[in-house]
Write a protein that binds this ligand. Structure first.
Ligand code: PLP
Length: 365
């Protein structure tokens, strides 16, 4: 009889921490996405992006073209690989990457023989990027497309196609603040079986087949644990109801606060955002108050709200990095606010938030 070197009890929580819950979670996400994709559970969304970029061949001297308005975890992996980011503005009609700008710059770069290694557009605040246009551009120029869907699990692009199924690969995050969480975790979703196999290999310390530890390249400890995956598996059952609740919260804010000078994040025809966070902008000239007036007033009432992501080209870390756009993202940052949007927020709690904002807006200027 074959005997394990490990005591029986430790087999499930051993290294690498794989197991049936992880397999089942990956299968559940794949079934939910309803596409011909491979899912690899990882320790974070940033880890998923790091692996996707590495597998795409990104390295020193390469450019990665990326939405400037994103979270740090959606850009730092470009730095891990020694590549250079080039930042792109948003389209005001969708608050996702401006496809026209990207197309123009790709045409220019193709003529100058300086195409990027990869494009990384961000699904902002639960809204899918234009998958059709981006996939067309990526195929036309032979540039890898990695969609940052960390914030958009549960959203749909047109014709019911789910966010998270785009490009060569998409990344998901199950961080604590996401619509579903594994406490911390992420996933690489890819239509390439070879990418999924390589991600699994690199995420478990790049162990070559051998009874001992044998390495011909370096890897990472990036796999999602079986225990965290079990949490994710349970969370998948509440994903749709959470999306419905977030959309309801958005609609209630919109009904209560819509007025000249307050603009809610648009949702283009045919798209279904998760409304992960309710995001809006406040024009001080029309409303008489600034974004900061509202944020600080809410804070006085122990209510947390947040400015929108600060565009990366405005961050000290990326000072001087190339940027294409007219600063739509900068204006969104200056005037934008994310309101409390947790799925477990009650109507009463939400009415409290809107009540405070309405009171501030009605104060004589
Ligand atoms: C747009 C975006 N990209 C990447 C990440 C990174 O995901 P994680 O925090 O799981 O590393 C996040 C969120 O955290 C995000 O919002």
């Amino acid at each position: 009889m074959k005997r394990s070197a490990w005591p029986r009890r430790s087999r499930r929580i051993s290294w690498p921490p794989l197991g049936p819950q992880l397999d089942a979670f990956e299968a559940a996400v794949r079934d939910y996405l309803g596409a011909d994709v491979h899912c690899v559970g990882l320790s974070s969304g940033s880890a998923a992006l790091h692996l996707a970029l590495r597998i795409a061949g990104v390295g020193p001297g390469d450019e990665v073209w990326i939405s400037s308005m994103t979270f740090a975890g959606g850009i730092f992996p470009v730095n891990y690989l020694g590549a250079t980011p080039r930042f792109f503005d948003l389209d005001p009609a969708s608050w996702t990457v401006d496809i026209g700008l990207l197309a123009e710059e790709l045409a220019r770069a193709a003529r100058a023989n300086r195409l990027p290694r990869a494009i990384v557009p961000t699904d902002l605040y639960g809204q899918s990027v234009d998958l059709d246009a981006l996939e067309t551009l990526s195929a036309r120029y032979g540039v890898r497309l990695i969609v940052d869907s960390a914030e958009s699990l549960g959203a749909s692009w047109r014709n019911g196609r789910k966010a998270g199924t785009g490009g060569d690969a998409a990344i998901l995050s199950f961080n604590g603040n996401k619509i579903i969480t594994t406490s911390g975790g992420g996933m690489l979703v890819t239509r390439h079986k070879a990418w999924a196999n390589e991600a699994r290999f690199l995420a478990t310390q790049a162990r070559d087949p051998a009874p001992h530890y044998e390495h011909s390249t370096f890897g990472y400890n990036y796999r999602l644990s079986n225990i965290c995956a079990a949490i994710g598996l349970g969370q998948m059952q509440v994903l749709d109801s959470r999306v419905a609740r977030r959309r309801e919260i958005f609609a209630r804010y919109k009904a209560a606060l819509s007025r000249p000078g307050i603009i809610f994040m648009p949702e283009p025809e045919g798209l279904d955002s998760t409304r992960w966070l309710t995001a809006l902008t406040i024009d001080p000239a029309e409303t008489g108050v600034t974004r900061e007036d509202i944020r600080l007033m809410l804070l006085d009432h122990q209510i947390e709200s947040r400015p929108l992501w600060k565009p990366m080209h405005l961050q000290p870390l990326y000072a001087g990095a190339p940027y294409h756009g007219s600063g739509v993202d900068g204006v969104l940052f200056e005037t934008g606010l994310c309101l409390p949007s947790g799925s477990d927020m009650t109507d009463q709690q939400q009415d409290e938030v809107t009540g405070h904002i309405l009171a501030l807006l009605s104060e004589p200027g």
